[in-house]
Design a protein around this ligand. Structure first.
Ligand SMILES: [Zn+2]
Length: 366
């Protein structure tokens, strides 16, 4: 395998969080970086180049030094085949440049793109959140999308749902959204489901082969509980985004790695319980109230981006999901500050326990 030094700068200014300082008492690290800067080469070629500059190192010593540099994400394997064709390389040029920052010798930049191409995302709702998320998912190169919605396009959608046109008023949202995806990238496999979610079975029945669920459905009040139950049971990560007044909120559940939504607070969404908590009462009361949606375009696009980023993390693992087992809030008044509130796992959580009991022995539990 040939090894290449990534684009980087030898300087001491800029963002300190992106600087790497190497301890180099004998100058060997500097010599190795200088040798790598000559271009992609194999370990024996590197050794030869170092010997020419008067530094005699053994192969094991050089391999250890390369591994140490690789752990700082300074190296990548330049000969990994790119996504498949010059046309795809061109289409995903920016994606690949983004992934380069997270690539290592074992996980080249193209591997992240291939993971997206193999991914199947179930998108629940193609309204304010969903229509924004799916545009990003399509641009990222997710290979397969299943869209669920029961609504038709209405004039009030145009403030934040930019997939739709005036000529679509009265038409099925999910079909128009699928048309948009097909026109945008004909390689994406897209399926539509025109119905409401009325129980966990409605979600569970759609999870075969699905890698991630993204939900922007607000009603009925128990819908998040149902999605959670279905996804945790099938060990499929899921992400939820929504809006509360002037706050955006999103979280993800990474089954086997994070607490689930039922862990968050059993009483919160359990509106059928005989002794409901304050929040459950609030949910029940608010169900009957008329609601006006304050999700303007920038709000829906911002939330869509945050959720699409979390989806990218879940699908490629370029970094761990940021909001797994944590609610991330963004207050749009006052400069869009974020705050993250993790919740603990509930050792008595029935949803997690059921999922855990189906795990193979030794597998990680939540
Ligand atoms: Zn749980």
């Amino acid at each position: 395998m040939r090894i290449a030094l990534k684009e980087c700068r030898f300087q001491r200014w800029g963002d300190p969080s992106k600087q790497i300082e190497l301890d180099d008492p004998d100058g060997h690290a500097e010599a190795l970086l200088a040798a790598l800067a000559a271009g992609p080469q194999t370990i024996p070629e590197l050794r030869e180049r170092l010997a020419e500059s008067g530094l005699d190192v053994g192969i094991p010593e050089l391999q250890a030094a390369v591994a140490a540099l690789d752990s700082t994400r300074l190296l990548e394997a330049p000969d990994d085949p790119a996504p498949g064709s010059p046309a795809l390389d061109e289409r995903y040029h920016s994606n690949l440049a983004f992934f380069a920052h997270f690539a290592t010798l074992d996980a080249p930049r193209a591997e992240f793109q291939r993971r997206l191409g193999r991914s199947h995302v179930l998108q629940l709702g193609t309204g304010g959140l969903g229509s924004n998320v799916l545009q990003s998912l399509a641009g990222l190169g997710v290979g397969r999308l299943t869209l669920l919605d029961h609504d038709v396009v209405e004039p009030r959608n145009f403030a934040r749902q930019f997939l739709y046109r005036e000529s679509h008023i009265g038409a099925s949202k999910v079909r128009r959204a699928a048309d948009w995806i097909r026109a945008f990238d004909s390689r994406i496999e897209v399926a539509t489901v025109e119905r409401r979610v009325e129980g966990p079975g409605d979600v569970a029945g759609l999870l075969d082969g699905v890698d991630l669920v993204v939900s922007g459905i607000d009603r009925p009040a128990s819908v998040d509980q149902w999605v959670n139950e279905a996804c945790v049971g099938a060990r499929v990560p899921w992400i939820r985004g929504g809006m509360l007044g002037t706050e955006l909120v999103y979280f993800s559940v990474d089954p086997g790695r994070s607490p689930c939504l039922a862990c968050w607070k059993k009483t919160t969404y359990d509106v059928e319980t005989s002794t409901p908590g304050v929040e459950a009462v609030g949910i029940r009361l608010s169900e009957s109230l008329p609601r006006s949606n304050p999700g303007i375009g920038p709000v829906a696009a911002f939330l869509g981006s945050l959720v699409a980023f979390e989806a990218l993390r879940c699908l490629t693992r370029y970094e761990p999901p940021y909001s797994a087992g944590a609610k991330t809030y963004v207050e749009v008044a006052g400069g869009c500050q974020q705050r993250r509130e993790p919740w603990p796992e509930d050792p008595d959580c029935a949803v997690c326990r059921r999922a855990r009991e189906r795990l193979p022995v030794g597998a990680a539990g939540p």
